[in-house]
Design a protein around this ligand. Structure first.
Ligand SMILES: Nc1ncnc2c1ncn2[C@@H]1O[C@H](COP(=O)(O)OP(=O)(O)O)[C@@H](O)[C@H]1O
Ligand SMILES: O=C(O)C1=C[C@@H](OP(=O)(O)O)[C@@H](O)[C@H](O)C1
Length: 294
């Protein structure tokens, strides 16, 4: 007899010897037939499997198998708390990607948004989910110029040179298919860039400035020359500079065909704070929003 995981179950067992109950904590319980022969006690085995999600968005499941005899609890045979036992988000991602796949027709997806909005992090999840390749536009520019970082390109050649190279990179990508592209935060400021992105699906990751500043203060500004080289409190500096950039750019971000707003996701899920929204949840919302415009 085999007891598969279920929300809750109670099984009237054969006659089993409780202390020889084999431990199978991960996926199933197996009662060995040979215990039937001992005929010592007739017991009931009950298994309870309860998926939970705590305030910090961690998924876990409590799992308790207990044994009772004549309606009174005898012992807990197995009690576990299993983190990430099943990946609910992965399943939703898979289902959503299957829904939109026939309508994507290989078109590239361009993620646009401010520095730190998660274009790279979410882009990688999306590309794996929809079986596309991932491309970081900044990396293409670095390879093309032969300089290892955007920060050094800014330092050696200046921002205008970088912008020209960024446009060239987007032009090259415009003839490609099946790519999720993480664009640089400033790629939206040139109309020409929008022309290159127009064959694909552009998605704006709209993240509140406070959250962006927090993320950037946490990782530092070394790789982001437009935010670097300022002494003082990292969060305050990042917030101020991001606010100035956003004022100039927000209209341009609105050109994107789809918008993924972290504030909207938080409202849907009943979260008070957008910082609890995982990259996978954002990828799910991105697929949802892409689905809405296909
Ligand atoms: N949903 C998220 N929650 C918390 N941190 C995130 C989230 N998405 C991205 N990050 C973090 O924010 C930083 C910037 O993310 P990244 O993907 O590099 O942004 P972008 O490519 O838009 O500049 C990284 O340190 C990343 O780990
Ligand atoms: O917002 C911007 O103007 C920039 C964003 C950066 O990319 P990320 O958005 O990936 O940080 C990078 O292209 C460059 O530092 C300029």
């Amino acid at each position: 007899m085999e007891a598969n995981f279920a929300q809750r179950m109670q099984i009237s067992t054969a006659w089993i010897d409780a202390d020889k109950f084999p431990r199978k904590p991960t996926s199933f319980l197996r009662f060995s037939g040979r215990f039937k022969e001992h005929k010592r006690h007739q017991v009931f085995v009950s298994a309870q499997f309860r998926p939970e999600r705590d305030e910090n968005r961690h998924r876990w499941a409590s799992f308790q198998v207990s044994c009772s005899y004549k309606n009174s609890q005898v012992s807990t045979l197995e009690s576990e708390s299993l983190q990430d036992l099943f990946d609910e988000e992965a399943l939703i991602l898979k289902n959503k990607s299957q829904e939109i796949e026939p309508y994507l027709k290989g078109r590239c997806i361009y993620l646009v948004g401010m520095m730190g909005s998660g274009k790279t992090t979410v882009g990688k999840i999306l590309s794996r989910t929809i079986h596309y390749s991932f491309c970081d536009c900044d990396k293409l520019v670095e390879q093309d110029v032969g300089v290892p970082s955007v920060a050094e390109i800014f330092e050696i050649y200046g921002e205008d040179f970088f912008r020209d190279k960024e446009t060239e990179a987007l032009e090259k990508l415009s003839i490609e298919h099946r790519f999720v592209v993480s664009t640089g935060g400033g790629a939206v400021i040139r109309d020409e860039n929008w022309m290159y992105m127009s064959k694909g699906i552009s998605v704006w990751l709209d993240v509140p400035l406070e959250e962006l500043a927090q993320r950037i203060a946490a990782v530092g500004t070394k790789s982001r020359p437009l935010l670097d080289n300022e002494s003082g409190d990292a969060y305050t500096n990042a917030f101020r500079r991001l606010s100035t950039l956003f004022k100039k750019r927000h209209k341009a971000y609105e050109n994107a065909k789809a918008r993924v707003s972290l504030e909207n996701i938080a409202a849907k899920l009943g979260y008070k704070d957008v910082s609890n929204i995982t990259p996978a949840m954002i990828a799910i919302e991105a697929l949802e929003q892409i689905g809405n415009i296909l």
